[in-house]
Design a protein around this ligand. Structure first.
Ligand code: NI
Length: 191
């Protein structure tokens, strides 16, 4: 397993639209090893997710996992998930305010309105179809990762820039309130 370098904001790759992965490419040892490395890198950096563009590969692949995450201690768990060529479809017009951060945007967080319920269609790492519905905080995490594959960073979706803050100031001023908000979202949507 190789830990990959994580691109930082300003790196042009973070603004590229990633390319679809063919069935043949997905089955290759090269891409399978890359997926293993992407997972290892996400875990090493304590990310809730990581997209291929964040490690300089313009491929429509992202991984997600939350298991008592130290960066996001209030996030509901997400089992390890690999999404290849994901397509997200909103299932509601309802949104909630998510306080986000990103491994490619050092020491910055901000509030992003996210759609509360989405349909996820993708392939898993073995090429099998995924077609599922995700809700709440977890839906926010999915939207953040899939945005990366379209060259979007969370800061593009921060509608109120006065919410931007460092991680330290987040803990000082916003975390307690946000944790209450997360509880309400989880109570409403189950995740
Ligand atoms: Ni990110």
């Amino acid at each position: 397993m190789t830990l990959l370098k994580i691109a930082q904001i300003g790196a042009p790759i973070l603004r590229e639209r990633a390319e679809s992965v063919s069935d043949e490419a997905l089955a290759s040892a090269h891409i399978q090893t890359f997926i293993d490395d992407l997972i290892a890198t996400m875990r090493d950096a304590s990310g809730a997710g990581l997209a291929a563009t964040q490690v300089y590969q313009p491929l429509r692949i992202c991984v997600l996992e939350v298991d008592r995450n130290p960066r996001y201690p209030y996030k509901p768990n997400i089992p390890l998930t690999v999404l290849v060529n994901p397509v997200l479809t909103p299932l509601t017009e309802e949104t909630f305010d998510n306080f986000e951060g990103c491994l490619s945007v050092p020491d910055l967080r901000g509030v992003v309105p996210r759609i509360a319920e989405i349909r996820v269609q993708a392939l898993d790492r073995h090429g099998a179809s995924i077609d599922t519905v995700v809700k709440g905080i977890t839906a926010g995490t999915y939207q953040h990762e899939v945005d990366h594959l379209d060259g979007r960073l969370f800061i593009d979706s921060v509608s109120d820039t006065t919410t931007l803050c460092t991680w330290k100031e987040f803990q000082r001023h916003y975390e307690a309130t946000f944790r209450e908000r997360v509880k309400a979202v989880v109570a409403r949507y189950g995740s």
